[in-house]
Design a protein around this ligand. Structure first.
Ligand code: AHR
Length: 553
């Protein structure tokens, strides 16, 4: 994937006089934007209330849970007889903390696992359910693990348990359908289990034995996962054949408007997206797609990818790779635009996060688990702000994965539990959900460094996004510099500031983590700021994430 051509982006925008017509936030590195500012600060932010981009779909604040390592077993599911406090087998501490950040949607059961999973193994009385070999069993990360639910899935956690988890936290379910190893008929029956009216079919009767007379009304269905890879090694054209088989004619809707999410590219592989959409157009099938799934993980090269003991280069390299999300979104959008001219299909970034190469923390079966630092919190804030700036394009996003895995908001083992720094960003940013994203111009000195492979690189000094809901303006800002604070004048165009509350996430040691003994090591602080009028001056500390909750007069 190539780098984002930031300087060119700014120059061409200015040259064309089209700066204010571009989607999202424009970063001009001091080239313009000082007009109308009163303070002599090194940075400026203009929030343009009269320039809406789109509503930030609450589904952008989605999560992802896969039967992988410690995500489900020891993470979400502890079992009804566990000494770990639980609600019907689901870890209570997780339910309580997750509810607070308003999770809009949760994706399950994978990931690569989904294309090996038979949902019928996970329904009916638990004591009758079969144990199956997990998709990930041959991963080298399991070399010190001998047995257990991460290798041999007991199917204690199935569709109804997942639905109960979603209900407990107030999220919509998003199910990933097995396209690689099951026929379309199995999908049809899964739909029936979830959505058929009570007492009408054998599968809805089985659902009732789980205590659920009423249908689950599952709306979001992913048709396969990474179908170019673990989901079947399909070509885009072959995948479209499968997609058609799985979604046309015979699928019962039970009065619901089903939203099918098609398996899309890895990152900015726009060739997959373009060919897939060409094939959909040939079959007159674009309208049957609700969302195009896109995955983007960020890893810093070399030693910089250690989750905790990274160096300065590792800090910047990772943030720069997280920022490539912008390119992933704009390039895929541009690739499908000439085919889906009305932009009927939205992008669904249903896997994203920083993927470090560390060993699990306490339990060796927690495959891909790593600690999270303030650096991962900044990956979170940069990414969510990108989604807001492209609110017109992104219909859903799911951070990967919820607990005990890649970019996790939670870590647990037995009865131990903590939230991580990225959790706090989700908490701070929850106010953006459902808000109207408005164009925001940022001007700040750039951050420069030499990357691990010796290239001169630059990052935007400050970045962020803004949204408005009921006269409440939420402005979120990341200062990516490890060393430089930014003094910034924030001007609200088209409105007046009545009151401001600032919440800042910062860490006195950028390598610090929240662990089971110190769960509050990295937590945000909130203060009220006394200011009124059209603008305010705020100091953004280095390596920080800030939310300014501004009540408009
Ligand atoms: O999240 C881990 C894996 O990464 C998922 O199973 C797969 O979809 C992706 O490659």
């Amino acid at each position: 994937m190539s780098d984002i051509p930031r300087r060119e982006f700014v120059r061409s925008a200015l040259a064309g006089g089209a700066a204010l017509m571009l989607p999202g936030t424009l970063y001009n590195a001091g080239l313009f934007g000082r007009r109308g500012f009163s303070a002599q600060t090194d940075s400026h932010i203009e929030v343009l209330l009269d320039e809406p981009i789109g509503t930030i779909a609450p589904e952008v604040y989605g999560h992802f849970t896969e039967h992988l390592g410690g995500v489900i077993y020891d993470g979400v599911w502890v079992g009804e007889d566990s000494k770990v406090p639980n609600i019907g087998g689901i870890r209570k501490a997780l339910v309580d903390a997750l509810k607070r950040i308003r999770p809009s949607v949760i994706r399950w059961p994978g990931g690569c696992f989904a294309d090996s999973y038979d949902w019928r193994d996970g329904v009916g009385p638990r004591e009758n359910r079969p144990t199956r070999t997990n998709f990930w069993i041959d991963d080298p990360g399991f070399k010190n693990v001998d047995g257990g639910p991460a290798l041999y899935d007991p199917n204690e956690f199935g569709t109804s348990e997942f639905e109960h988890f979603c209900r407990l936290v107030g999220a919509q379910p998003y199910l990933a359908v097995n396209v690689r190893t099951l026929p379309a008929q199995a999908f049809r029956e899964w739909l029936e289990y979830c959505n058929a009216p009570a007492g009408k079919t054998t599968w809805s009767d089985v659902r009732e034995t789980a205590g659920d007379k009423d249908p689950y009304d599952v709306r979001f269905w992913g048709v396969g996962n990474e179908s170019w890879g673990c989901g079947g090694n399909f070509t885009p054209e072959e995948y479209v054949e499968e997609f058609r088989r799985f979604t046309t004619w015979s699928m019962p809707h039970y009065g619901l408007d089903l939203s099918y999410i098609a398996s899309g590219p890895s990152g900015a592989d726009t060739e997959w997206s373009r060919r897939m959409f060409e094939a959909l157009r040939e079959r007159n099938a674009i309208d049957s797609v609700w969302g195009l799934s896109v995955h983007h993980y960020s890893s810093a090269p070399g030693v910089g990818n250690h989750a905790v003991d990274y160096d300065e280069i590792g800090w910047y390299d990772l943030l720069e790779r997280a920022n490539r999300m912008e390119r992933v979104i704009t390039s895929n959008w541009a690739a499908i635009g000439p085919i889906d001219r009305q932009h009927h299909v939205k992008l669904v970034v249903d896997e994203w996060g920083a993927w470090h190469d560390n060993a699990p923390l306490e339990d060796p079966s927690h495959l891909f688990e790593s600690q999270q630092t303030i650096r991962d919190a900044l990956v979170t804030s940069l990414t969510l702000d990108i989604f807001h700036r492209h609110a017109d394009k992104v219909g859903m996003a799911n951070v990967a994965q919820l607990i005990n895995c890649i970019h996790s908001l939670f870590l647990s083992h037995d009865d131990k539990f903590t939230v991580t720094p990225p959790y706090h960003v989700f908490d701070m940013y929850a106010a953006h959900q459902g808000g109207q994203s408005v164009r925001t111009l940022v001007s700040a000195p750039e951050v420069s460094w030499t990357s691990r492979n010796g290239e001169a690189r630059e990052l935007w000094g400050l970045s962020g996004s803004a949204s408005v809901k009921d006269r409440e303006l939420t402005l979120t800002v990341t200062n990516s510099s490890l060393a430089e604070p930014r003094e910034c004048e924030v001007a609200v165009r088209g409105g007046a500031i009545k009151s401001v509350r600032a919440t800042t996430l910062i860490s006195d040691d950028v390598h610090a983590v929240n662990d089971f003994d110190h769960p509050d090591r990295v937590t945000p602080k909130t203060v009220d700021i006394q200011t009124t009028g059209p603008s305010l001056v705020h100091d953004f500390p280095p390596a920080s994430v800030t939310k300014l909750a501004i009540t408009l007069g």
